[in-house]
Design a binder for this molecule. Structure first.
Ligand code: AMP
Ligand code: MG
Length: 482
């Protein structure tokens, strides 16, 4: 039995400026920590005939599969607002794998050693952050949010030096592609229109073939990416996810959540929540995520200007019109998402007030975002006293009146609410706990948590402990430079 790799590496066939050919740097003593069997199946890959040693060799990049062709991708990006030339400094794309249904997936090793884009970095990654990406990306997938996925983590048997020496690791990331807003920025900065055209054609063929025959492909690409990104950020807002480092190099053209660094889920509802230690100004705070999405899309639009119209002025006008449609579209999608969270059918004028009043109350009372919606679905995860407050009871009356509208029934609204309000999320305190165990060679709690996160919308036994929020948001900090 073979593994089933079916590589067709279209990106590596693009001209030189797009990438650099480079192999992963071999590691000393690879040891598999976790392999995602469910995802393997979805990819039509079967590793069951490989022993642990062979699996470790494979996912460390020490032994590359036939048909792969390793490259580091070139890209640029606005990091906290500042433009920089970047590229895969610690990752290689080993190739594009086709499933039996001919679905195309990038297979990338993250933490695979230096490339010419490494700048001052060591090209490596530590075990904790790679397992963190693994568990949060898989949780996002199960929350029905577009995301890259995680196929495996191996320990390298080498140390990486951060503030202290840490165990080195490599994550295998699976994505629809790793094309970013930053990929466009890199090519646009080179000011060669033919290269931009190559990239535009490539992306449309790969991700948006439905606009292949459109009269203005560049403008239509901007429109579809804008829609995708609005859908994505609305999903993040729905579950209280804070990406933490929404630089333009971390915004995927396919609309997947990508690059899980200092991300975390909000416990107490506070729109200004920031976890990342380097985000001093709160640029990427929970409530700023839509604003930043629009800002990033504007940077994307700038790259497309030469392709939209021969007349630059006209081109800017057309792109601006699309970018300016952001607010209304976002507001509508956000409102509908919040209506779903409250089980409301149809759209009534007063819905926005009903929603905002609940959020304001939650904020003032410092209540947990996820658990408040659990309470509305009759799952008691919080102290009951929290919901005896008069303001809340008055609000609840308004909500219950609104629930009666549009032929709604308890069965209908409960079903709707249960489909969008998770009962469990990857809470910070639990994540820290299981990563700490994993760092001490005990991967069992990590795997148990992963199992629970597979069914975030279902009632499960023994999840009480996973529903307890951290004591205080302020105390929790996440770190970049991982
Ligand atoms: P990120 O913050 O993970 O999105 O990374 C931003 C840029 O820094 C990308 O070009 C990464 O490849 C690069 N980078 C991050 N960590 C390292 C590292 N340890 N060694 C080399 N490059 C890195
Ligand atoms: Mg990145």
């Amino acid at each position: 039995m073979t593994i089933g790799w079916c590589f067709d590496n279209t990106y590596s066939r693009l001209p030189d400026p797009f990438k650099e050919e480079i192999n992963p740097v071999p590691v000393k003593n690879p040891e598999i920590v976790i392999l995602n069997k469910t995802l393997s199946k979805e990819l039509d890959l079967d590793f069951s005939n490989l022993n642990e040693k062979k699996i470790s060799e494979l996912f460390s990049g020490n032994s590359l599969p036939a048909g792969s062709n390793s490259i580091a991708q070139a890209y640029a990006g606005h990091q906290f607002g500042h433009f920089t030339m970047l590229g895969d400094g610690r990752a290689v794309l080993i190739g594009e794998h086709l499933s039996k249904k001919k679905e195309r997936y990038d297979i990338q090793f993250k933490g695979s050693g230096k490339t010419s884009f490494s700048r001052n970095g060591d090209g490596r990654a530590a075990l904790g952050p790679m397992l963190r990406e693994y568990i949060i990306s898989e949780a996002m997938y199960n929350l029905n949010i577009p995301t890259t996925r995680s196929l495996a983590v191996v320990k390298t048997g080498e140390e990486v030096i951060r503030e202290t020496p840490l165990q080195g690791a490599i994550l295998t990331r699976v994505a629809l592609s790793h094309l970013r807003v930053g990929t466009f920025q890199y090519i646009a900065a080179r000011e060669k229109k033919n290269e931009l055209e190559i990239l535009l054609n490539y992306i449309i063929k790969r991700h948006y073939p439905n606009i292949q025959n459109s009269k203005n492909q560049a403008l239509d690409l901007l429109k579809v990416v804008l829609e995708k990104q609005i859908d994505l950020v609305v999903n993040w807002m729905r579950v209280g996810f804070i990406h933490g480092v929404m630089n333009t190099d971390n915004m995927s053209i396919s609309g997947e959540t990508i690059d899980y660094g200092p991300c975390a889920f909000m416990d107490t509802y506070d729109p200004k929540t920031v976890f990342s230690s380097i985000d001093q100004m709160g640029r990427y705070a929970y409530c700023n995520q839509p604003v930043i999405t629009k800002w990033n899309l504007s940077r994307f639009a700038e790259c497309l200007i030469p392709l939209i119209d021969k007349n630059q002025k006209k081109s800017i006008e057309l792109a601006t019109e699309v970018i300016n449609s952001f607010e209304n579209k976002y507001e509508e999608k956000w409102l509908n998402m919040m209506r779903d969270k409250l089980g409301l059918f149809g759209a009534e004028d007063k819905d926005k007030f009903l929603i905002l009043d609940l959020l304001t109350w939650m904020h003032q009372k410092k209540l947990d975002y996820t658990n408040t919606f659990c309470h509305l679905m009759d799952f008691e995860t919080e102290k009951k006293e929290n919901f005896k407050d008069n303001i809340f009871l008055e609000w609840k009356k308004r909500w219950q009146d609104r629930l009666k509208v549009n032929n709604n029934t308890p069965e209908k609204y409960m079903k709707l609410m249960r489909s969008v309000n998770p009962l469990v999320i990857p809470r910070n305190r639990k994540i820290e706990e299981v990563l700490n165990d994993a760092n001490n060679n005990n991967i069992k709690p990590f795997k148990e948590f992963l199992e629970i996160l597979k069914n975030p919308y279902s009632e499960q036994k023994n999840i009480k402990d996973f529903q307890i929020p951290s004591t205080s948001n302020e105390k929790y900090q996440t770190f970049c430079g991982t």
